[in-house]
Design a protein around this ligand. Structure first.
Ligand SMILES: CC(C)(COP(=O)(O)OP(=O)(O)OC[C@H]1O[C@@H](n2cnc3c(N)ncnc32)[C@H](O)[C@@H]1OP(=O)(O)O)[C@@H](O)C(=O)NCCC(=O)NCCS
Length: 99
């Protein structure tokens, strides 16, 4: 996966406590360690991803968000494009943000 995508991690001390990746114009594998959620790491990673996308002249970022992350993306200016049911992942919410 790391060969096909740009992968980024957030490190505190010597511990990796967040990951995110970018393939084309789409965000994947966005996770913050459960005991660190709500402390700003996700916002830092998302800002980093948006700066990377801008530097690559990507005009619009997309993500297939889980229901639990919808509010997080809304806080950061993402809007819902569609919601679909997926047999493996449940409700998947495709969201986007013009950069
Ligand atoms: C979604 C996730 C990446 C956000 O990272 P985070 O470090 O917890 O987020 P932050 O601390 O930067 O939060 C930023 C804002 O979003 C809000 N927020 C974050 N996660 C939220 C959630 N699940 N539900 C509602 N609001 C949320 C925070 O309250 C905060 O708002 P505030 O600044 O007004 O208080 C992280 O919670 C996570 O890994 N969740 C489980 C996996 C997941 O859902 N990944 C995304 C798949 S698309």
């Amino acid at each position: 996966m790391a060969i096909r995508r740009r992968m980024y991690v957030h490190v505190t001390g010597n511990v990796i406590d967040g990951t995110v990746s970018l393939k084309g114009d789409t965000i994947y594998a966005f996770f913050v360690a459960p005991d660190k959620q709500g402390s700003g790491i996700g916002s830092d990673l998302l800002s980093c991803m948006e700066e990377v996308a801008k530097s690559l002249e990507i005009p619009c970022l997309k993500v297939d968000a889980s229901i639990t992350a919808k509010k997080f993306y809304e806080v950061h200016g993402y809007e819902t494009v569609r919601e679909e049911w997926d047999g493996n992942y449940g409700t998947v919410i495709t969201m986007k943000k013009e950069l």
